[in-house]
Design a protein around this ligand. Structure first.
Ligand code: PGA
Ligand code: ZN
Length: 426
């Protein structure tokens, strides 16, 4: 049973304060939960509680959330069996009492929820993926890896947030890493030669200096070629448009090109890109309220492009259900802190899979040294993992953890790579 719960302020990959929750069991076993944090957050996400006192970490401290863990949350769940993940999560949700976990803070609740899961796995002396998946997880995910960063992660250096590669032709997990490494560094080379590389964006991808939104595609295609791969066969392009960040309620504002597109014009641009480039996956191509456009796009491209709802669904079961009923996409981005508990996240993945859609387990732009999501992806056989780029330890720790999980699974591990899309493509 849970004997003690404590929480501390630690710092994420941007140096912003976040929570570390530690759960201790009667036998001395401990589990820690480290909470990530987004920048291009969706309006329907669970609430990240920050103190907002400008004199403390410029408003970003999380002391109130820490107090909530040490006080109300600890009081409610100390004494409970650590193996009752769902009951513990439900207790915290009821205690919070708001629809978006805004009273206690989704960060306080999630940190505790993750710490409970880690402690439970440790108490059973099994790895987290085995615990979370009841021993059913075996699928090593296909990686979606960022090469260029933009949008809110690079001060709008491009209007598109993520240019990513998916090594659809790779036969093994290791091969996806090698291919990505080669393309990442080839892209850096190409950009430096052209004088287009400013630095590194929030998720480790290159921070570019472009004049329009077409230029990154050209650089990307050149990098794939220079790395020795055929675009469309060995590797495919994946985009996270994060379109809600561009939408002003009426039009889509392209800051880089200083122009506004009507929703119809924006639709045509998404369509053009999907026809012109070897794009296998596109995330948030429209604003999180533009259901009609999502539906139209899925009807038109859903048989050959993975269409992922991130801000659209915010890992929220109700929103995912509505999306499935209305046919708004064919894939759901899964982020623990968007919904704020481990058991709700597991349910969101199950719901997605039961509908014949694909879940993509994802990190946040503000990450920690924890690799919970690597275990989550394998535990649920999600098949895909998105963690930003192939650089910086808060990203690499996730890719590396899957190597360890694969070794641990031994003969039981499977990698189906790009064949995952056979489940949604015609
Ligand atoms: P965020 O970005 O963590 O800043 O929300 C990631 C994403 O949009 O997928
Ligand atoms: Zn996104």
């Amino acid at each position: 049973n849970i004997k003690h719960i404590d929480a501390y302020q630690i710092y994420d990959s941007r140096g912003y304060p976040t929570l570390e929750v530690e759960v201790t069991l009667e036998d001395g076993t401990t589990g820690r939960g480290l909470v990530p944090s987004g920048a291009s957050t969706g309006q329907f996400e669970a609430w990240e509680l920050r103190d907002g006192d400008k004199s403390k970490f410029r408003g970003k401290s999380v002391y109130k959330a820490i107090e909530n863990v040490r006080g109300e949350i600890a009081n409610a769940i100390i004494g409970q069996s650590v193996f009752e993940q769902e009951a513990i999560d439900q207790k915290m949700i009821a205690l919070d009492g708001t629809p978006n976990k805004s009273r206690l803070g989704a960060n306080a609740i999630l940190g505790t929820s993750m710490a409970v899961a880690y402690a439970a796995a440790k108490a059973k002396n099994i790895p987290l993926f085995e615990y979370l998946g009841n021993g059913k997880g075996y699928l090593i995910p296909l990686n979606e890896i960022q090469i260029l960063g933009g949008g809110a992660h690079a001060d709008w250096a491009t209007d598109i947030q993520d240019f990513l590669v998916i090594a659809v032709g790779a036969k093994t997990y290791e091969e996806t890493l090698e291919m990505t490494h080669n393309i990442y560094h080839a892209a850096g080379e190409v950009m430096k030669e052209k004088g287009k590389c400013v630095g590194i964006a929030d998720e480790g991808g290159w921070w570019p200096d472009y004049i329009d939104n077409e230029e990154p595609f050209e650089v990307f295609m050149e990098a794939i070629k220079r790395a020795g791969y055929e675009a469309g066969r060995d590797v495919a392009i994946s985009l996270d448009i994060a379109a809600s960040d561009l939408f002003d309620g009426e039009n889509y504002h392209l800051r880089l090109e200083d122009r506004k597109l009507t929703p119809d014009e924006f639709y045509d641009m998404m369509k053009l890109w999907c026809e012109k480039y070897p794009i296998v996956s596109i995330e948030d191509p429209f604003a999180d309220t533009a259901f009609d456009y999502w539906k139209k796009f899925t009807d038109e491209f859903g048989d050959r492009v993975q269409i992922i709802g991130d801000d659209l669904f915010t890992t929220n079961i109700k929103r995912i259900k509505e999306g499935i009923d209305k046919g708004l996409a064919n894939s759901v981005l899964i982020k623990l802190n968007q919904i704020g508990s481990v058991s709700e996240t597991l349910k969101a993945i199950e719901l997605t899979q039961n509908a014949g859609w694909l879940p993509v387990v994802s990190a946040r732009s503000g990450e920690t040294e924890d690799a919970f999501i690597s275990h989550l992806a394998v535990a649920t056989n999600a098949g895909q993992l998105k963690v930003g780029s192939f650089a910086r330890s808060e990203r690499m720790v996730k890719w590396n953890e899957n190597l360890r999980i694969q070794r641990k699974l031994g003969d039981k591990a499977a990698f189906i790579g790009g064949k995952i899309y056979d489940r949604i493509f015609a």
